[in-house]
Design a binder for this molecule. Structure first.
Ligand code: ADP
Length: 159
């Protein structure tokens, strides 16, 4: 059986924590599609095009991973790309409540799609895109949290 998994998120921007989850998922499933959500309600710092492009460059070394953008319902995107599994990362208990709720809603909307949680690696349990954005905006060093290409994108964007 060929299993295609989807790893959805806002990826504003993609961090080493996201990369770690994507790499581990790519080893567990035949194919992984990173779904970059438009997430207009989150008012992202990087545009959808920028987030997709950065994700593509960061995961370029993972041969069975592709990056797509999507708007609207995750389960619709999953059907569109014929994904059977949704991957989500769990960092702390604080992620758990929300993630389990969303997984329940998605199961209700589309019972054949299974959500699989991947626990964050020890090194990245504290890492989030929002923390990286905050530090970068304040001029702090975020080089250990993101790919050099993402660092460069911050430099361009923040002038
Ligand atoms: P969303 O807006 O959907 O929460 P994010 O880009 O913030 O999008 O996160 C996408 C997914 O990646 C979520 O499941 C989140 O829990 C997970 N994630 C984010 N950062 C990390 C990390 N450092 N380690 C493991 N998983 C992470």
């Amino acid at each position: 059986m060929h299993v295609r998994a989807i790893y959805p998120g806002t990826f504003d921007p993609i961090t080493k924590g996201h990369y770690d989850v994507a790499k581990r998922a790519s080893l567990m499933f035949d194919e992984l599609v990173i779904g970059v959500a438009a997430s207009p309600n989150k008012n992202p710092f990087f545009s959808l095009e920028e987030r997709v492009e950065l994700a593509q460059e960061v995961v370029a070394d993972l041969p069975n991973v592709q990056v797509r953008e999507f708007t609207g319902l995750l389960v619709e995107f999953a059907k569109e790309v014929e994904g059977q599994v949704i991957i989500r990362g769990l960092r702390a208990i604080s992620d758990f409540e929300y993630e389990v709720q969303i997984a329940g809603v998605n199961r209700h909307l589309s019972p054949s799609i299974e959500t699989v949680f991947i626990a964050a690696s020890q090194d990245y349990t504290f890492l989030s895109s929002s923390i990286v954005r905050e530090i970068a905006k304040l001029g702090g060093d975020v080089s250990s949290f993101i790919h050099p290409r993402v660092l460069q994108a911050f430099a361009v964007k923040l002038g």
